[in-house]
Design a protein around this ligand. Sequence first.
Ligand SMILES: C[S@@+](CC[C@H](N)C(=O)[O-])C[C@H]1O[C@@H](n2cnc3c(N)ncnc32)[C@H](O)[C@@H]1O
Length: 243
Amino acid sequence: MTPAPPVAGAQDRAPQVREMFEQLAPRYDLANRVLSLGLDQSWRRRAVAALGPLQGRVAVDLCAGTLDLTEHLLAGGAAQVHALDFSAKMLEVGRAKLPPDAPVTVATADARALPLDDNSVDAIICGFGLRNVPEVERAVAECARVLRPGGRLVVLDFFTPEGAVPRLLQASYNRLVVPVVGGLITGFGEAYRYLAGSIDAFCTRPAFVTLMGEAGFAAEGWEVFPPVASIVVGVRSPEVPHA
Ligand SMILES: C[S@@+](CC[C@H](N)C(=O)[O-])C[C@H]1O[C@@H](n2cnc3c(N)ncnc32)[C@H](O)[C@@H]1O
C-alpha cells in the first residue's frame, strides 16, 4: 500500500459521518441483522459472487466497516483482501472476527483517496458505503485508478427505486422503522435517521451506471436482491479518463 494524499474540502461532512460510525461500531452488526430481517448476509454473498472467480485474486473491500464482505471475499477464495474504511472502530470490530493469519490488510482510508497503486487490484466491492461518501464520483474514479483493466467493481446498496410505488415503500420503511429500531438497538436513533435519509437521497441504478461509465467502467448492469437491496456491476475499461 502507498500513503494516500489528504482529502480536502471545507464543507466536507465526512468527519461527522466517521464519528457516527465510530459510535455505532459495537452494535452495527446486530442492527443490520434485525433491520434487514436476517437478509443482509445473503445479499453480501450474492454481491461477492458477482465479482466472478476470486481464486488467487487481490480484492478490496471498500468502506469495509465490520468486515462482513471481507469474510465473504475470503470464503470465495480471494488470495489477499485490502479492507479499507475511515472508521478505525468499525475496522477494529471487524478484525476481531477474522483469524489472526487471514490474508487481510486492514487500513483506515478515505474512499476518495485510496492508499493503493494504479492497476494494483483485481476486484473491488463496496457494500452500503458509497451513499455516505461526499463526492461519490471521486470514490468511483479512485476505484477505476486502482483496478487493473478488466477488473470488476460491484456496488451493493439501497439505490433509489425507479418506480413511484417501490420508492414510497422504501422511504416509508426508512422513515418509520429504521430510526426507531436502529435507535433501540444501538442507542443512536439520530444516526439511523441520517442513514435512512442517505438511502432516500442516493441515486437510482441507471444514474449510478452513468456515473460509473464517466469514471471509466463498462457497465454490466444491475441485479435486484429482493426486497430492497441491489448491485450495480462495472468492468474497468482499458482506457480510464482522468487517470
Ligand atoms: C453502512 S456501513 C457499511 C459497512 C460494510 N461495508 C457492510 O457491508 O456492512 C458504511 C461504512 O462506510 C464507511 N465510510 C463512509 N464514508 C467513508 C469514506 N468517505 N471513506 C471511507 N469509508 C467511509 C463508514 O465508516 C462505514 O463503516
